[in-house]
Write a protein that binds this ligand. Structure first.
Ligand code: 0L1
Ligand code: MG
Length: 266
């Protein structure tokens, strides 16, 4: 396996001690459900520094016994990219403790959670740059992603949010389906207790969610990481994220792919 946990990686400017200090602060914020002030050490930093902090944050989780289960893409809509002033998505890492297995989404340990409807891909074999989507992705599913920025007020710069593992917190995957002939413009609904609160289209995910696969392979490779057989790739959100409350049932429906729902508990 390519080394996912190098020191600073190409292009990073911060030293490893500083990277680890920033990572420890983010990890502590997540562990204690206590929002953190923005990290000024990342002001103006190249994204390589931010990804080095993300690597260190996730390294701490893996050292506690968590396992990588996949990757996620963030800022995949034109609206979110424009808001952050970027023209490329960002990516983060998923671990087993983030997966919602039994349909119950606990908010314990969360700071200010928001939920968004996504499309998930199942990775059928190890992927390398240049691999075609159809040769690697063997199933597709509707998905929900719970994001929970570790920063006060859900306010951050691009390096901040990359360092914070792109706000990743939890994810739920619906029933896997064969890959349909087209994924480009499927209607997406996010409903809470049966009332639609967000509607959109898979076209909002980089124009075509399959592009999220290409971007994930390309961007992760820059960081020395490859998508692995059996992993999940969250392709990105099809609508804005919604604040989520305990005692509700949240469902994401993707036309032609079905639905995934979770009972939200405190
Ligand atoms: O999954 C996402 O698109 C979130 C990316 C980070 C920005 C945010 O927290 O809204
Ligand atoms: Mg997302």
């Amino acid at each position: 396996m390519t080394d996912d946990h190098r020191a600073t990686g190409g292009g990073a400017t911060l030293d490893q001690a500083e990277i680890d200090r920033l990572a420890a602060a983010l990890d502590d914020a997540a562990l204690n459900a206590a929002a953190l002030s923005r990290q000024s050490a990342l002001d103006g930093a190249p994204v390589a520094d931010a990804y080095a902090v993300q690597r260190s944050v996730v390294r701490r989780r893996l050292d506690r016994g968590e396992q990588l289960t996949g990757l996620k893409m963030g800022l995949t809509s034109a609206a979110k990219m424009a808001q952050m002033g970027v023209d490329s998505p960002i990516w983060g890492r998923l671990t087993d403790t983030m997966a919602v297995g039994d349909g119950t989404l606990s908010l314990t340990g969360r700071i200010h959670p928001r939920i968004e409807p996504e499309v998930a891909f199942r990775i059928g074999r190890d992927a390398a740059p240049g691999d075609a989507f159809g040769d690697v992705v063997d199933a597709v599913a509707p998905a929900l992603e719970l994001i929970d920025s570790r920063y006060e007020g859900f306010r951050f710069t691009l390096p901040d949010v990359i360092a914070d593992n792109t706000s990743a917190a939890r994810y739920a995957i619906g029933p896997w389906q064969p890959v349909p002939a087209q994924l480009t413009d499927l209607a997406v609904t996010l409903d809470v207790d049966g009332t639609a609160v967000q509607t959109g289209s898979t076209a909002a995910i980089l124009g075509d969610p399959r592009r999220a696969f290409d971007e994930a392979v390309r961007l992760a490779d820059e960081d020395g990481l490859r998508l692995r057989a059996g992993w999940v790739l969250l392709a990105g959100a099809a609508t804005a994220a919604e604040p989520v409350q305990a005692g509700t049932r949240v469902r994401a429906t993707v036309d032609g792919l079905g639905a995934v729902s979770v009972e939200v508990r405190s």
